[in-house]
Ligand binder design. Structure first.
Ligand code: ZN
Length: 504
């Protein structure tokens, strides 16, 4: 049976340019997608942008542009993000797509027809940054704690969604599926929010014109979240491809600040529209840049694409997966990026490839002979542990397992000392076996790490004369390397990088 894996990132607001946080979710979704492809699963990966926020309309107005003109102008920078991160997203959704707008109207109409929508007056403090109403209790000194700005008093007649009517069904959903939201502390957070009582929320805006018109009341537009969340479902209805609907339900990745919208509002909206709730939601933390450390090394680099320019895309992907256990917050710095690049990528992995290929070239004229000597580590166990880690969305744990194998292989080089064996003609078979074990281990490691390092992994395989197109997880096993010839000492995989001059 073919398994399906449909993963989404949140759609990003186009009112600014991409930051490391956006890159983080995109990289994680891509690592998960590539891993599931390696298993032979059928995958679909969706990312994109949210154009209908009030804050987008405001930024556009400041620049003297119509909102759509502004969105068209800036969307390129967002489409570049997955491309530069080497992400294999199947579709890039824009909420201004006709197909999306059509689906949102049809979706909201279903909720309306189901009797879950009513008209009421809403008055409250509204944070434009959050695109959400705030209760007095949520404000700190009268300001939004996330944005530090004073919310605006908003009072208008809106269409409300009967979220309160879904409390029991949501609790049932959470009780039936204890891994519905991961990590478990986020599950608990979402479940207690539901258990604490749910308030209906407005799904329309009367004072805005930028958005999807409410089908039964075209003078109002859909509230940005009632429009944006639907993207995960709408894309499957009109993106290029056959019968994409089969991919629903999705796995949603999101940062912790939008937990309620995704883990509470969205499943309720889906239930009301007669759709299946999401398959799972994984909530991750923030990568917080340490400004003090940052200013010491790379100046004001915060743009993830600038980090890609300096260290290469694989190093940024590697760092994102390795900096903290996926799910938790981390303090990150450019110094850390450089340190891991030099110590782990260049030294642990890059040097291992250079040494192995150089020894095969020097001691065996570039010929790799397949032997059946005992391998220094258990590649089958690595495959199993990778699958376990990815089943928990633990991309950090998966990489830890791979790195244990990298270190074990480095240790094996020192223990077996091929340069000593090469001096002794009587130990020639032993040397052949050691070189095979190294090439074999590196082949398994390259396949295993390809979800994280999609550029470097095929280079390692090519350097060892191994097939580099098929990256199936089945190849992460013992005796996976085939006999090869013409192996040459490889160029450094992760060459020395000169960090740019420190900014003033
Ligand atoms: Zn806010």
């Amino acid at each position: 049976m073919v398994m399906r894996f449909y993963v989404t990132t949140p759609i990003y607001y186009v009112n600014s340019t991409p930051t490391l946080g956006h890159a983080y979710t995109t990289i994680a979704a891509d690592i998960l997608t590539r891993h599931h492809r390696q298993r032979g699963d059928e995958t679909y990966f969706l990312t994109g942008v949210d154009e209908h926020a009030d804050k987008v309309a405001r930024v556009a107005a400041e620049q003297g542009l119509a909102p759509q003109e502004y969105a068209d102008k800036i969307v390129g920078a967002w489409q570049e993000l997955p491309r530069r991160l080497n992400a294999v997203n199947d579709f890039f959704i824009r909420t201004s797509d006709d197909g999306h707008k059509r689906f949102v109207q049809e979706f909201l109409q279903r909720i309306y027809d189901n009797g879950d929508v009513y008209q009421d007056v809403y008055a409250g403090w509204y944070c434009v940054g959050c695109e959400a109403f705030k209760t007095e209790a949520e404000l700190v000194d009268g300001r939004c704690p996330d944005h530090g700005t004073e919310p605006e008093w908003l009072e208008e007649k809106n269409w409300f969604f009967r979220l309160s009517a879904y409390q029991d069904r949501l609790l049932q959903l959470y009780d039936d599926r204890p891994d519905f939201v991961l990590p478990s502390y986020r599950y608990n957070e979402a479940r207690s929010f539901i258990a604490g009582g749910l308030r209906d929320f407005s799904i329309s805006r009367a004072t805005q014109t930028w958005g999807v018109p409410i089908p039964w009341d075209p003078d109002q537009v859909a509230y940005v979240w009632a429009d944006a969340l639907v993207n995960y479902r709408s894309a499957l209805s009109y993106a290029p491809g056959e019968t994409l609907e089969r991919f629903w339900p999705a796995v949603h990745l999101l940062a912790k600040d939008i937990l309620r919208f995704h883990c509470v509002y969205w499943p309720a909206l889906l239930l009301s529209a007669g759709e299946e709730p999401p398959r799972q939601l994984f909530v991750h933390g923030y990568l917080n840049f340490d400004n003090r450390k940052m200013s010491k090394s790379l100046g004001n680099v915060i743009n993830p694409l600038e980090l890609v320019d300096v260290y290469g895309v694989d190093a940024v992907r590697f760092y994102a997966a390795r900096a903290t256990t996926f799910g938790q917050d981390a303090n990150v710095s450019v110094d850390d990026v450089r340190e891991r690049y030099e110590r782990e990528l260049a030294n642990d992995l890059g040097n291992l490839v250079s040494r192995t290929t150089a020894m095969i070239a020097r001691y065996r004229d570039g010929v790799l002979e397949q032997t059946s000597a005992d391998a220094p580590w258990d590649a089958d166990a690595l495959r199993g542990r990778l699958v376990d880690a990815f089943d928990r969305y633990d991309i950090t744990g998966g990489l830890d397992e791979i790195w244990l194998a990298v270190r074990r292989l480095n240790q094996y080089v020192e223990e077996s000392a091929p340069w000593q064996l090469a001096k002794d003609e009587a130990r020639s078979d032993e040397l052949t076996a050691v070189l095979y074990n190294l090439a074999d281990g590196l082949t398994a490691i390259a396949v295993a790490v390809s979800a994280y390092l999609p550029l470097s992994a095929p280079r390692i395989l090519d350097a060892l004369g191994q097939p580099s197109v098929d990256l199936s997880l089945e190849r992460v096993r013992g005796s996976t390397a085939v006999a090869a010839s013409g192996i040459e000492a490889s160029a450094p995989l992760f060459p020395r990088v000169e960090p740019p001059a420190v900014a003033a």
